[in-house]
Design a protein around this ligand. Structure first.
Ligand SMILES: [Ca+2]
Length: 373
């Protein structure tokens, strides 16, 4: 095709500027063809899909909108909200953006051990947490109640299969090809590892947002306990199981780096101008409260797609405090020199980022037309 095009150029009376423009177009087309020829990177997104809008659902959009990514499914777990309302928000989002081909797979309703009642007793003894997700008194309702959805009720249905069996089935179907992205409590992954001891090894890698080391912040969630982080706190036992698994690679986006990001009203207004249903959705459900503007989970997704967003990283061993005292659920880390004598896996921890590059990528994906299935 290009050879024919080149032959016809030589007969055209183009000036130098026009020839340069045509050459640039040919280069871009060649690049697009090469990119299209690359197999897309497979991912299963395990997320506590609270909605409408917000970090969890915007993370789904980052993955779905990237032409380099094939989203095999979205496995849902209780965390920021209860599972069933999260499933409803996810189904409705996929309807709005025209991507109902992606399976929404319900996972664990409850953590492995921790319950709301026990978490409340723990708070009476050790102090109140700033945020308790689905268990929070400020918006409390029972686990199987799905409040009316501001974005409209979905007409599509969740998958019949449960998240745990879906995860296991997929890593056997595509061994060593699937990235497990985790943006919520790790309950589904821990259950998959309990049922299938090969699960972690059969995945390509684990990429997760969670854990907290030493965030520089006046956020009430961390100011008195910098090692506290919600995804670990909600199901500490699950996080312990998952982090000792034999993953080929583990990448962690802790609160330390997430809090350096912010979705501003100016960015949202720029996104809204794209005029697509997706862009309008992001704009309509933008939340500008101090905790909600942080791009907690979007960063983990974007940095997986383009690792050059991360400018500094370090490796530590990571686990969770399971002693039932004040530090229950806290993030534990060690270096090679001081790690204890038990099974621990090295974790690549993101430390710093190129904010402008990340924001450009996010706005670019949110303003792009939706790619087909
Ligand atoms: Ca999340």
């Amino acid at each position: 095709m290009y050879r024919g095009a080149k032959a016809s150029f030589s007969k055209c009376p183009l000036n130098a500027a026009q020839r340069r423009l045509v050459a640039a177009v040919v280069v871009i087309l060649s690049f697009c063809c090469c990119a299209a020829a690359q197999p897309r990177r497979k991912v299963i997104i395990n997320e506590d899909c609270s909605g409408p809008g917000g970090s969890n659902l915007q993370t789904l959009l980052v993955m779905i909108q990237s032409p380099q990514v094939e989203v095999l499914g979205i496995t849902v777990v209780s965390g920021d909200q209860w599972r069933d309302e999260e499933v409803a928000h996810t189904l409705r989002l996929l309807e709005i953006i025209g991507r109902t081909d992606i399976p929404v797979v319900p996972g664990a309703v409850f953590p492995l051990i921790r319950s709301r009642e026990e978490a409340q007793q723990w708070q009476q003894r050790y102090g109140k947490v700033a945020y308790a997700g689905a268990w929070d008194d400020r918006w409390w309702h029972g686990p199987f109640v799905v409040p009316k959805l501001p974005e409209g009720e979905p007409t599509t249905k969740a998958a019949d299969e449960d998240a745990v069996h879906f995860l296991i089935r997929m890593v056997h179907q595509y061994p060593h090809e699937i990235t497990i992205y985790e943006g919520g409590p790790m309950t589904n992954l821990a259950l998959a590892m309990a049922i299938d001891p090969e699960f972690a090894e059969l995945a390509q890698e684990l990429v997760f947002m969670g854990g907290s080391i030493a965030p520089e912040s006046d956020n009430p969630e961390f100011i008195n306990n910098p090692r506290h982080e919600f995804n670990f706190w909600f199901d500490p036992e699950a996080a312990r199981v998952v982090l000792r698994g034999r993953w080929k690679k583990i990448v962690c986006t802790p609160t330390d780096i997430s809090i350096k990001t912010k979705l501003t009203r100016a960015m949202v207004e720029q996104i809204d101008k794209a005029g697509t249903p997706l862009a309008h959705y992001v704009a309509r459900f933008y939340q500008d409260s101090p905790g909600a503007v942080i791009m907690w989970d979007e960063l983990a997704a974007a940095a997986w797609i383009d690792p050059s967003i991360i400018t500094k990283r370090e490796t530590r061993y990571m686990s969770i405090d399971l002693d039932l005292g004040a530090g229950y659920g806290n993030t534990l880390t060690w270096t090679e020199a001081d790690k204890p004598a038990r099974t621990l896996q090295p974790v690549e921890i993101q430390v710093d980022l190129d904010q402008e590059k990340f924001y450009r990528m996010f706005v670019g994906l949110m303003t792009a037309p939706a790619p087909g299935p």
